[in-house]
Design a protein around this ligand. Structure first.
Ligand code: AMP
Ligand code: MG
Length: 335
């Protein structure tokens, strides 16, 4: 039994993060090499001490995540940034000033002390400063940067509530901190600053338009047929067990196949009765993309739980947050 396990007799327990005793317990679990799932503004993370390779190994094991997929390191202050990152290009400072704390991850040259398992052997490390009081309190209490992928089995839809974490990971996590539903709902935007030009590796709620306004031209996102750099960019990811098809356009409906039990995922309120569908989820009645992103993963999970034959998803325009929403839907639809 590891130290982390000794400190947490009730593996997989969900504790309210509003209790300061929960944060102290969770910080102790991280310091002693255990795993804590915690809320961030994007999705729930499965956290471990980012400087401890044995703890990182447990994260990969709990998620069944392949070890060539690097983890994002979460920090609470500039001092921790220096623990993880070797040098900051000028563009990094501009993005940090503008968007941290917040849902923007930067890929930067790593410090030698960051374990290879965290970065999948790359000379770079992905870091972000989350803008969630519980995440910040936990990192401070732990006194170390926290590496955290999404707290779900590898490849499945990311968790946006403590219950989602518990449903997917059960007793494979020492403790789950419950901070309520995530406000953003899709994973952080990832920008690499180690190449000749800044490159968008994953769209998120900090939009391409926002990035461009601060640092000028940003390349990407990589097309769907590109060779995957890492599983976060693999064609199939964030996926329901139920096959998902993206409709050709917003108003378009599939011709129902006889006997098919289908679900419909709508971006906004529909004027139609949608009688052909066994279940309908509306991401935002008014068509607000922030609300749609916030509801996306919970809606996908509810539809997936109905064991339908297929989910049909309405597309949205790929501007602003629409780029991140369509990215997640495409990866869910890929077979
Ligand atoms: P998540 O699954 O949300 O933990 O996101 C982790 C993703 O961040 C990985 O799958 C990669 O796509 C990306 N990532 C993390 N570290 C690096 C890195 N050093 N270089 C490039 N991408 C990275
Ligand atoms: Mg993930």
């Amino acid at each position: 039994m590891s130290m982390g396990e000794e400190m947490s007799p009730l593996k997989g327990t969900i504790l309210s993060a509003s209790d300061s005793a929960s944060i102290r317990l969770a910080g102790g679990i991280i310091r002693t090499g255990g795993l804590v799932a915690f809320p961030t503004e994007t999705v729930y993370g499965l956290g471990c001490d980012a400087m401890n390779p044995d703890a990182a190994a447990k994260v990969f094991e709990a998620k069944q995540r392949p070890q060539f997929d690097p983890l994002i390191v979460h920090i609470a202050d500039r001092k921790q940034l220096d623990t993880a990152v070797a040098t900051l290009p000028p563009m990094a400072n501009r993005l940090i000033d503008e968007f941290w704390p917040g849902p923007l991850t930067l890929v930067l040259p790593k410090q030698p002390a960051v374990p290879d398992l965290i970065t999948a052997g790359l000379p770079t490390v992905a870091v972000r400063m989350p803008n969630h009081p519980v995440a910040q309190a936990l990192i401070r209490e732990a006194g170390t940067p926290i590496a955290a992928p999404s707290a779900n089995p590898f490849g499945y839809v990311s968790p946006t509530t403590a219950q989602h974490v518990s449903d997917g990971l059960g007793r494979n996590v020492d403790l789950v901190l419950d901070g309520g539903p995530c406000s953003v709902g899709v994973e952080s935007t990832i920008v690499s600053l180690v190449g000749p030009q800044p490159e968008l590796l994953r769209p998120g709620s900090i939009t391409l338009e926002q990035l461009t306004a601060v640092i000028g031209l940003v390349h990407g996102p990589p097309g769907n047929n590109d060779t995957p750099v890492a599983p976060g960019q693999m064609p199939r990811h964030y996926a329901t067990l139920t096959p998902l098809t993206i409709l050709a356009s917003a108003g378009m409906r599939p011709v129902p196949r006889s006997g098919e039990r289908a679900g419909l995922l709508l971006m906004s309120h529909s004027r139609e009765r949608e009688d052909h569908f066994a279940a309908v989820e509306v991401l935002s009645p008014t068509g607000d993309l922030r609300e749609a992103a916030r509801n996306l993963f919970a809606a996908l999970r509810r539809l997936d739980a109905l064991r339908l034959d297929r989910i049909y998803a309405e597309p949205c325009n790929e501007t602003g947050l629409g780029l991140a929403i369509m990215d997640r839907l495409r990866r869910c639809a890929a077979r």
